[in-house]
Design a protein around this ligand. Structure first.
Ligand SMILES: [Zn+2]
Length: 441
């Protein structure tokens, strides 16, 4: 009697495990339908063109190409990144996900949850240190009725205009439009044969055109895939829509989206093997992979993108900061950079800024006695156009002589210090030289 009981428990466990697997792991041949076309990045031009924009930004500082300057660690602060899901319907509001359908709304909520989970809990492979990328997404579904946009016509220009509209939510543009042929055959005619290709792709960020910064992901036919999965994958795999096939649909969508977001953050398909490490990599363009791993090297590329490319625009302002950038000798910043930390200049150290530095609203530059900050043709401003930053703190002793031995020093030559400068404005505006002085008054 006892052995029978044990046997039945084992059978139940195996059966339960089988169900669990069926519910959580999408079959490779199905996953392919969510993955992008290989080599699908639209524009591979990430030429460092800022050097031509301003002689003050030649990018000669070793920090510019030093991944450790931008890299996070397991104690770093999370960066919140905005994502806008544009769901383009026809003029009459039909032919895509619906704003008043609870399942459709839940899909976008579940995509957000799964996306965050993926970037928070990477698979532990190849000695990965940062299993948490410290990237979190805030996703906003936006339903748009426009038949031209529905079939993808001039959607990029529209997204650019939307992004430039005051008060619009700040987010990477994910464009859920449709290929008409796939929609007609798979949704209207409910054909069991799949009529779409692997077709998602992405515009990577620019280090040049900060005056026209916008990122977009082309994500056609998601609604077609949803319709097909619900009507035909359930039949072909003999599984219920919810939770089994629904789970696959969310999982497949998030794998494709995570891959494309990787491109938005400047990581590529074709990366060198020692950095790529494993086929589980999110940037593996082949569908039959778990897509839940990124190398530390790739993570450093992403956080560098949040500092020196247009991708930084989509990172929300931070009220808590990473450990400060501490200057202990002579350093210079001659590149356009957004920082997520304070700068501390120690006694005897010197920092020269000739280009643009965007500070967090709670950020400040602290200069200790004997430390020196030189701003020569540079701009110090806030990262978010509607906010201040905390400014320069020159520490010293008011009772002691006003010399560098006892006081911090700021040298402001060709100073331009803009507090409300929008982050999209180029740094061509300057004031007259104001020379060297002790403690700004
Ligand atoms: Zn790719």
């Amino acid at each position: 009697m006892k052995s029978i009981k044990l046997f039945s428990i084992i059978v139940i466990m195996i059966f339960a495990n089988g169900i669990l697997k069926a519910q959580t792991e999408i079959p490779p041949e199905l996953l392919e339908i969510f993955m992008p076309a290989s080599g699908s990045t639209i524009d591979t031009n990430t030429t460092d063109g800022m050097a031509q924009v301003s002689p003050y930004c030649p990018r000669l500082s070793p920090w510019y190409t030093d991944s450790s300057f931008f890299m996070i660690n397991p104690n770093s602060i999370e960066k919140i990144v905005g994502v806008n899901f544009f769901i383009f319907q026809k003029n009459d509001g039909s032919a895509n996900f619906q704003e008043d359908d609870t399942e459709h709304i839940k899909i976008f909520q579940d995509i957000e949850i799964a996306l965050n989970n993926r970037f928070k809990n990477l698979r532990q492979l190849c000695g990965l240190v940062n299993t948490d990328t410290k990237i979190r997404f805030v996703c906003t579904p936006i339903f748009v009725r426009n038949s031209d946009l529905w079939k993808g016509k001039e959607r990029h220009l529209w997204a650019q205009a939307f992004e430039a509209t005051p008060g619009s939510p700040n987010g990477i543009n994910v464009l859920f439009f449709m290929h008409e042929d796939a929609y007609v055959k798979n949704v209207i005619e409910n054909d069991s044969i799949k009529h779409w290709e692997k077709e998602w792709n992405t515009l990577p960020p620019s280090t040049t055109f900060f005056n026209v910064p916008y990122l977009y992901i082309n994500a056609p036919n998601l609604f077609v895939k949803y319709h097909w999965m619900k009507n035909w994958a359930t039949v072909q795999y003999g599984l219920p829509w919810n939770p089994a096939i629904y789970g696959w649909f969310i999982d497949g969508t998030v794998k494709g989206l995570a891959h494309e977001l990787g491109h938005c953050f400047n990581i590529r398909n074709n990366i060198v093997p020692q950095n790529y490490c494993d086929s589980a990599n999110i940037m593996n363009p082949v569908g039959s992979s778990s897509h839940d791993y990124l190398s530390d090297w790739e993570i450093s590329i992403i956080h560098r993108a949040f500092a020196v490319t247009t991708a930084r625009k989509y990172v929300h302002d931070q009220t808590t900061l990473d450990a400060p950038l501490v200057i202990t000798d002579s350093k210079f910043i001659d590149f356009d950079v957004r920082l997520y930390r304070d700068i501390v200049i120690e006694s005897g150290a010197q920092l020269t800024i000739t280009c643009k530095v965007l500070m967090p609203s709670s950020g400040r530059i602290i200069i200790h006695p004997g430390g020196k900050l030189i701003v020569d043709g540079g701009i110090l401003t806030n990262a978010c156009s509607d906010k201040l930053w905390q400014g320069i703190y020159i520490s010293g002793n008011a009772d002691m002589p006003q010399t560098a031995q006892y006081q911090g020093v700021t040298v402001l030559s060709l100073l331009t210090m803009k507090i409300f400068l929008p982050p999209t404005t180029l740094l061509l505006e300057r004031t007259l030289p104001c020379g060297e002085f002790w403690a700004c008054k």
